[in-house]
Design a protein around this ligand. Structure first.
Ligand code: AKG
Ligand code: FE2
Length: 327
């Protein structure tokens, strides 16, 4: 067996639906149904970008990866200067890892959409030649999110102020951000951090690009790896849009695990997290009314707790118990 085949055999891949971005733009009815079903049944799908005219996402991916390699290579002390609170950016080990008792093993550089819009000083990016690439990339991801929101609103027959877009106005404060994540190779780890513990995402939609396997989704057959595909982003539905849709849309439990490949190589993932306006009220799965910001803050606190403390509640998995947390 060749080395490539051996690599390939270590992964049990998830079968996820594929939705075509260009057809969504064209309001193709079958594609809208495919999107809606993907969000109701899986909460996880591929978005095929290959027929999209002038998508900046693929073009900029290489530049963003270059930026990440350079940024994360810096000494920890330098990166910590940019760590202005765990909600904004930070070092590895702030949340739980995938192995019981472990902390996570990834560090993050986060670029808030609101900061980009107000041209705010951004410590992590100020000195780099990549500011424009990051802005263009984030803006392309943002447009894709609004395309998906619009088609989901169509599928849900939502009108005017009920439409999902109207909970996501650009002029109103939100915690939407571009997250640049680095999982250092296990052989370089100085602490005992392991991957990224299981969770559902806090917000509306997460768009993800990574060339390296490691992300897994929870399925009825157990954990399955999400296969990186060229010209495709991986999209998942977050908690607050599930709450806004009365649980019609599904947020799916996922995690990141170390692999043979990441034993010796860093893993980079580029994630765009679309969140609703912070002041929007949602009814959580356990019947409480919370603003989007309160749910966000509560969940970030839970990410930091120990595994035992996390198990005492259902916030980590968006209110879903272990029977309902898989595809
Ligand atoms: O790094 C990844 O592939 C996934 C990251 C993730 O799930 C998250 O940050 O919410
Ligand atoms: Fe996630």
């Amino acid at each position: 067996m060749s080395e490539d085949e051996q690599q390939e055999n270590q992964y049990a891949w998830a079968e996820l639906p594929v939705v075509d971005a260009r057809r969504l733009e064209l309001q193709d009815v079958d594609e809208v149904v495919r999107l809606f079903q993907a969000c109701c049944e899986y909460g996880f799908f591929y978005l095929n970008l290959s027929s999209l005219d002038g998508s900046k996402v693929d073009e900029s991916e290489g530049r963003i990866l270059e930026l990440m390699e350079g940024y994360f290579r810096q000494p920890l002390q330098t990166k910590l200067r940019d760590a202005v609170g765990s909600h904004t950016r930070g070092p590895a080990g702030t949340s739980t890892g995938v192995v019981e008792g472990s902390r996570d093993a990834y560090e993050a550089l986060k670029v808030a959409r609101d900061a980009v819009a107000s041209q705010a000083h951004d410590p992590g990016l100020a000195d780099t030649a990549y500011v424009q690439d990051v802005r263009e990339f984030a803006s392309a991801c943002d447009s894709l999110c609004y395309l998906i929101l619009a088609r989901l609103s169509d599928a849900l027959n939502l009108e005017a102020t009920e439409r999902l877009e109207s909970f996501h106005r650009h002029t109103v404060e939100s915690t939407t951000f571009l997250g640049l994540l680095h999982y250092p190779s296990s052989d370089t780890l100085l602490n005992s951090g392991v991957g990224h513990n299981k969770h559902t995402d806090i917000g509306t939609l997460t768009l993800l690009l990574s060339r390296t396997p490691g992300l897994q989704v929870s399925t009825s057959d157990g954990w399955r790896f999400v296969r990186p595909r060229q010209n495709h982003m991986v999209i998942n539905v977050g908690d607050t849009v599930r709450f806004l849709s009365n649980a019609l849309l599904k947020s799916c439990v996922h995690r990141v695990v170390p692999t043979k490949q990441t034993a010796t190589q860093s893993r980079y993932s580029i994630c765009y997290f679309l969140r609703p306006e912070s002041g929007v009220s949602v009814r959580t799965s356990d019947g409480r009314t919370r603003t989007v910001r309160q749910w966000h803050d509560e969940k970030y606190e839970v990410f930091k707790l120990s595994h035992d403390e996390q198990k005492a509640g259902l916030v980590l998995t968006g209110g879903m118990d272990s029977k309902r947390e898989h595809l």
